[in-house]
Design a protein around this ligand. Sequence first.
Ligand code: ATP
Length: 301
Amino acid sequence: MLEVKNARMLYGDLVAVDSLSFTIKPGDIFGLLGTNGAGKTTTFRMIMGLLEPTEGEILYNGGKVGYHNVNEIGYMIEERSLLTKITVKELMLYFGQLKDMETKDILERLDYWLERFDIVDYKNKKIKELSKGNQQKIQFISAIINNPKLLVLDEPFSGLDPINTELFVEVIRDFQKNGSMVVFSSHQLDHVESFCEELIVLEKGKAIIEGRIDQVKKDFKKQNIKIIGDVDIETLKAISGVYQVIENSNEIIVKIENEDVATKVFDYIKTCQHIMKYDVEQASLSEIFIAKVGGLKNEKV
Ligand code: ATP
């Protein structure tokens, strides 16, 4: 179990992380989300024991993380800094040996992962000869080569195309199935909605959204109604509880304060002649984030 308890990190006067608490259990995939500079990397550095929290503590299976845990942890850092002049095989031997692995095991696992990531031909190529996406795969493999029980991934998906993103997701899900704890960061809020069950969204070091993603969405009362068909925008805007109507090229999105307003919108839609489809959707994480950040700013005024 990983327990972050009231962690606070100051860089001089700057509060990079403030009163942050969360727990990750075996088999959890936990998302640490937030915009640039929100405090995600700082949190990871504290988890890895690379930074000592100014206040609070971080416990891995009840104790402080240290060199004694290195064999059971995998860390993919945000900076894509691999040793570029050596080959993929040499790099993996280096990382594996740092984690006390036998050469035979490192090479066996490397072959497995190269096959799975469809980059077998690169085994004896120098890192600098690989494309950015393939270097990212190698960096990911270097984090998982030791079958970690705690996998810490800083922005693992940034810059990946949809096919490779799916590939990474599948592998991370396999670690989840095998009981590993996974914590990853991302600044693409909506992108990870279907991926993690539990999350924290940081803004200026503070958790502004936290909990199970389904509950977060349920607690946020506002919803969206998507309509494909001919409707009168002004009539929709005039319905009480409708706070915004967006006209996209192929659909109309009606933003409503709560689910009770949906009935009123539906009553109007039923009077329209050419309606192909309409549906209620929960707000996206980005919408919830924007509403919370807006709310915080208003509170300060
Ligand atoms: P990004 O998504 O851009 O990587 P992040 O969420 O990972 O951002 P951090 O790198 O943790 O954010 O930074 C949090 C805050 O702490 C930022 O304001 C950053 O400028 C500051 N910061 C980070 N590292 C240091 C440091 N070594 N010294 C001083 N300030 C720092």
